[in-house]
Design a protein around this ligand. Structure first.
Ligand SMILES: [Zn+2]
Length: 162
């Protein structure tokens, strides 16, 4: 994705207050060229997470809430964005308020995603998950395309009633 500065990131949020957007901790040292979206947990408030996604002709920022980690570590789960399989503790349910009318009515949308939101790094092999992966026949380019498609669909659903 194209590099963004802090002002662009703060201005991109569609589902939180101006006040929250102002208080977001902006990540540093992002390898933009190898990222399909910007995703991070707020180091000062780990239950807060953010996605900043190039979407059609705009940049869309989403404020998300991370569900507490489950107590069982026995099962595994798959990331809904990048299809990486993780131990249950490394996949988190992230939920965002929907933009516009649905959001005002209290409507939210959730998805299970890599807890560190580092899907772009997993699909490129920069990060290795802790558990064995099912055999993956897709090339890295195809995995990136699949990741982008899943993220676009999530953003589209958040924006549905904007
Ligand atoms: Zn992922």
């Amino acid at each position: 994705m194209q590099p963004l500065d802090a002002d662009q990131i703060r201005a991109s949020f569609v589902n939180c207050s101006r006040g929250e957007a102002k208080s977001v901790t902006i990540p540093a040292g992002v390898p933009w060229a190898a990222r399909d979206f910007l995703g991070w947990r707020d180091p000062k408030a780990p239950a807060r997470a953010y996605l900043v996604v190039p979407y059609r002709d705009e940049i869309v920022g989403l404020s998300l809430r991370a569900a507490p980690p489950p107590s069982s570590r026995l099962r595994s789960n798959m990331c809904g964005f990048c299809a990486t399989t993780h131990a249950l503790s490394d996949v988190t349910l992230f939920t965002g308020r929907r933009a516009g009318k649905l959001g005002r009515e209290g409507n939210t949308l959730g998805t299970y995603v890599c807890s560190n939101l580092s899907c772009s790094a997993y699909v490129r092999g920069e990060l290795k998950p802790d558990v064995p992966q099912p055999k993956e026949t897709l090339s890295i380019d195809d995995r990136v395309a699949r990741l982008e498609d899943k993220v676009q669909r999530f953003v589209a659903r958040i924006l549905e009633s904007r």
